[in-house]
Write a protein that binds this ligand. Structure first.
Ligand SMILES: *Cc1c(COP(=O)(O)O)cnc(C)c1O
Length: 411
């Protein structure tokens, strides 16, 4: 049985060598060949992630009394996030294992708020634009909440369509900052106005934008209000392991007040080993992910993030100019690190497949069919190579209509 536990262990050196060999076929993300799955802020950041993670790899965030170090790091990471996202006095949050976890906890809090505070009975629903992340469907599947998706207007959430979908059983409305498919920020100001007028819980999913948008704005970028600055926003999700450049397994979920946050806390007292209280879904919480997030934030600081995100912006602007010059249309006006572009006379899925042959692991969009890039600082060094390979792939894809499938989500 090749995959069963070996009878006898081997020296770590031998195991490590085999792991290096196993990774030989993986995407060369350190060379900038991945524009999905990995956020590459360079060797300096990678080293901090790894050393900090290793220092606290055995420690457990479940026990704040045993590990006041981790409790302090989490508090400070949450405070940093709230500071960046205009968290008002009294705002609160927690670290989670990822964006899906953060969204799941926010939906849980909104549900319990609806049941306990608003007294809503019977089946519940959430209303969200077509472009919002499937993590909301996952949360609603777990909690048996109906998902009402509304059509987009110019690739953005349409507050009018969303209002039409709302009823007394709506526990949450959602806007993205930005949405994953197009990298565009929904009109959060208008959604906030709707939320206030109808007394609704507005969640802003800033999983992929929360730790880049504030710095792009500091760099002079045109970023509209999207966070707690908008009065109707009650909760937010922002992933540290994306544009926070932290190790994987780290996200943040935020609430406008402790009073709203308390609905996500899990507490059970009747158990032979005593009371169990957890802020998130997890029991055991990886100390490494907390420590690495804290360490990356300390070592980058505001100037470090501004510099890294400035490189992302430059890469995006150069690629945008490059694809426009090649006859592609950019979807909307992206302001952060994601862009999608399309061309009607060539099969973009076939181009995607050809790019993969040259080692590029990137994604696609399906409405319209197009190419999708989620850029990191490293991509500034490979813009010319990417565009040259895009030229080759476009030529190679000529006439191969319908040959591709959406491998962006599939792999
Ligand atoms: C990545 C992402 C998520 C989900 O986060 P995971 O960390 O992958 O669970 C949710 N929303 C948006 C907009 C995202 O980009």
């Amino acid at each position: 049985m090749p995959h069963s536990l070996p009878e006898q262990g081997e020296p770590w050196d031998a195991t490590r060598d085999r792991m290096i060999a196993m990774a030989a076929g993986d995407v060369k993300w350190r060379d900038g060949k991945a524009a999905v799955y990995v956020f590459n802020a360079g060797e300096d950041v990678e080293r901090v992630q790894k050393e900090a993670y290793a220092m606290f790899a055995s420690e457990n965030g479940l026990g704040p009394a045993a590990f006041p170090s981790l409790a302090r790091m989490e508090r400070e990471v949450v405070a940093n996030g709230l500071g960046l996202l205009h968290g008002p006095e009294g705002a609160a949050g927690a670290m989670t294992s990822g964006g899906t976890d953060s969204i799941l906890r926010a939906v849980t809090a909104a549900r319990d708020f609806a049941r306990k505070v608003r007294g809503v009975q019977g089946p519940l629903n959430i209303v969200l634009p077509r472009s919002a992340h499937p993590a909301f469907d996952k949360a609603c599947l777990v909690m048996e909440i109906e998902v009402r998706r509304t059509p987009l207007k110019d690739y953005l959430a349409d507050p009018v369509a969303m209002e039409a979908a709302i009823d007394d059983a709506t526990i949450m409305i959602v806007g993205s900052a930005p949405c994953f498919p197009y990298g565009l920020i929904d009109p959060i100001g208008a959604l906030g106005e709707l939320a206030q007028r109808r007394d609704l819980w507005l969640h802003v999913d800033a999983c992929v934008g929360g730790y880049i948008a504030p710095f792009v704005r500091m760099n002079g970028g045109d970023v509209p209000p999207f966070d707690f600055e908008v009065p109707g926003v009650r909760s937010m999700s922002a992933d540290l392991h994306k544009y926070g450049y932290c190790s994987k397994g780290a996200s943040t979920v935020f609430f406008r007040s402790e009073d709203l946050k308390k609905h996500m806390i899990f507490e059970v007292g009747d158990w032979p080993a005593g009371r169990m209280t957890t802020p998130t879904l997890a029991g055991t919480r990886p100390g490494g992910a907390i420590a690495a997030a804290w360490a990356v934030m300390q070592t980058l600081g505001v100037d470090g993030y501004r510099a890294k995100h400035g490189q992302v912006t430059q890469a995006r602007e150069q690629i945008e100019a490059g694809v426009l010059a090649r006859g592609f249309t950019v979807v909307g006006r992206p302001q952060l690190g994601i862009l999608a572009f399309t061309r009607e006379d060539v099969d973009c899925m076939a181009i995607l497949g050809k790019l993969y042959e040259r080692g590029w692991v990137t994604s696609a969009i399906t409405e319209p069919r197009g190419l999708h890039l989620m850029l990191s600082p490293v991509h500034l060094t490979v813009v010319d190579r990417y565009l040259a390979d895009l030229d080759w792939a476009t030529r190679a894809a000529g006439g191969q209509s319908g040959a591709g499938t959406n491998i962006g989500y599939g792999r």
